[in-house]
Design a protein around this ligand. Structure first.
Ligand code: GLN
Length: 541
């Protein structure tokens, strides 16, 4: 039987609903259950693909090519379960589907309404693509009280009713603010938020309360009394020093126990030793390295969520703390500033779109190449490194990317067709902004004897993509003559996937996003190797 856990948020946003959902997933998994996590986003965009990373943080890409909310990254990092297109839906997607159906006349003359048509479509999404999972954990984006969230709340209310208590559970995440002058944690905002939920017919079964200090017995009693639940169902969620300590912390507070109690499930205590080991390394590393991340959205860490986590994972496997020095690429466009990179042990240029800051990134790549500093280029970061080598070493001063307008030598260009398996895929310059990208998992074949092959320890890999432009294969010979090696290619040999500079301690660029697949308990080999190179570099300095 599949059970559904619905997680809503109250009082304020940014309470870490995604992490709470992911951690509950990890705990249920540790009790031997099969879980899947889903996110319902009430905003009107069809997907976050066209949203600015400043607004919405990173766009997380699944193997099957969906551009999704960054919470799906937390889900994958905590459970290891690869998310799919069917794990994230938005109001925009629901409405597009309904309106298309209406235009086709599929509603046979009926008036199309929020209830039942929108709510039915939401319920259909929640229950689709489920096979033998024991739990579907469904996080509702936004905060209770948001107007656009109402159809989602109505849909989960109906579902709760249809499934019955034995197959559904409502959990509400709230905040107990600490009022310094009174020296107290306040329960009132939570009471109001639960009233709001009750007014749409939802009675939470579990309250997960974020607080910066212990919740006293009085407050617990008050919450239970006013929010209409047992005291045992009030779970405190105190701040922790690393996100990987959350599963252990919630377990100690009885979260997974309370969930099992609700469903009448008995299991052995969960085995969370792996999480303890991870936390132990994060808290007491053997050393520290500094990685300079040269990007564009460096003022908003959420824009590089998976990247930052992957560097931490690389640190865990090398037993070091990775300190990230966020650097705005534009600064390096002024003469002399690139020298600011002198103190870092590794340089990483992440993915990005648009021309702003690219000349600074090219300089950073040049600095890393000339000084022998480990360089990791991801997607745009690879493209920048290729342009740098083309200009400095291949005698192509006019080299650039056609993303930024007409260039003399488009070493990075728009490929209009390639094959995937036996199928021909095409892309046009005029397509929709959201629709022309190479998205999702693509295989690549690695060159024997290359550094990439050594790092992966295998010949064929599959990684996730999200980009429009490619390294232009017609420049291969001229680029390889400079000492650059094309060490990973699409199986048809048309699309360069990995480049490396052989005569350098560690210089690798990848067209894909390895950060989307790294997990604390299974760090991505490229990040492990890059951090290792940074450790070696730190010994030289
Ligand atoms: N803007 C580049 C492209 O579209 C790189 C994209 C990325 O870094 N994700 O190809």
């Amino acid at each position: 039987m599949t059970r559904y856990i619905f997680i809503t948020g109250g009082v304020v946003s940014s309470l870490g609903k995604g992490l709470a959902s992911a951690s509950l997933g990890a705990l249920l998994q540790a009790r031997g259950f099969k879980v899947r996590l889903r996110k319902l986003d009430p905003y009107l965009n069809v997907d976050p693909g066209t949203m600015s990373p400043y607004q919405h943080g990173e766009v997380y890409v699944t193997d099957d090519g969906a551009e999704t909310d960054l919470d799906l990254g937390h889900y994958e990092r905590f459970t290891g379960v690869a998310s799919r297109k069917s794990d994230n839906v938005t109001t925009g997607q629901i409405y597009s589907k309904i309106i298309a159906k209406e235009r086709r006349g599929d509603y046979l003359g009926a008036t199309v309404q929020v209830i039942p048509h929108v709510t039915d479509a939401i319920k259909e999404f929640i229950r689709a693509d489920v096979t033998d999972e024991d739990f579907i954990i469904c996080e509702i984006g936004g905060t209770v009280g948001d107007i656009e969230g109402l159809p989602f709340l109505e849909a989960i209310r109906q579902l709760g009713n249809e499934l019955g208590r034995e197959a559904s559970l409502f959990m509400h995440l709230t905040l107990l603010p600490y009022i310094r002058s009174a020296g107290e944690l306040k329960t009132k905002p939570t009471q109001h938020s639960v009233k709001e939920l009750q007014s749409v017919g939802i009675q939470p079964d579990i309250l997960l309360c974020r607080a910066e200090m212990e919740i006293g017995a009085d407050e617990r009693r008050k919450l239970a009394l006013f929010c209409n639940l047992r005291e045992g169902a009030v779970i405190q969620a105190l701040d922790v020093d690393t996100i990987y300590a959350v599963p252990r912390a919630y377990h100690e507070e009885g979260l997974d126990h309370e969930v099992c109690r609700h469903f009448g499930l008995e299991t052995a205590e969960p085995d969370i030793a792996t999480w303890d080991r991870i936390v132990e390394t994060v808290r007491r590393p053997d050393g520290e390295v500094t990685i300079g991340v040269v990007g564009k959205y460096t003022s908003l860490i959420d824009a590089y969520k998976s990247l930052a986590e992957s560097l931490t994972h690389g640190g865990i496997s090398n037993n070091v703390r990775v300190k990230i020095h966020w650097l705005d690429a534009e600064v390096f466009e002024q003469d002399g500033h690139v020298q600011e990179l002198e103190g870092v042990h590794g340089i990483l240029v992440p993915g990005g779109f648009g021309e702003r800051g690219t000349e600074g990134k090219i300089r950073a790549a040049g600095f890393a190449r000339e000084r022998g500093v480990p360089y990791f280029g991801i997607c745009l970061g690879l493209q920048m490194a290729v342009i740098e080598s083309a200009r400095s070493l291949a005698n192509l001063p006019g080299a650039g990317s056609s993303e930024f307008g007409a260039v003399k030598d488009p070493v990075i260009g728009l490929m209009t067709e390639w094959t995937k398996g036996n199928e021909l895929e095409t892309r046009t310059a005029e397509g929709d902004l959201g629709g022309t990208m190479r998205l999702g998992a693509y295989p690549a074949v690695l060159t024997d004897g290359s550094k990439a092959a050594e790092i992966y320890g295998q010949h064929e890999i599959s990684e996730r993509h999200r980009h429009r432009y490619e390294v232009n294969i017609t420049y291969r010979d001229r680029l390889e003559a400079t000492g650059m090696r094309f060490s990973g290619l699409s199986p048809d040999g048309e699309l360069p996937e990995i480049i490396e500079i052989s005569d350098h301690p560690w210089f690798i660029g990848v067209q894909f996003h390895p950060e989307l697949k790294s997990k604390p308990f299974a760090p991505h080999p490229l990040f492990v190797s890059f951090v290792k190179a940074a450790v070696e570099q730190s010994r030289l300095m």
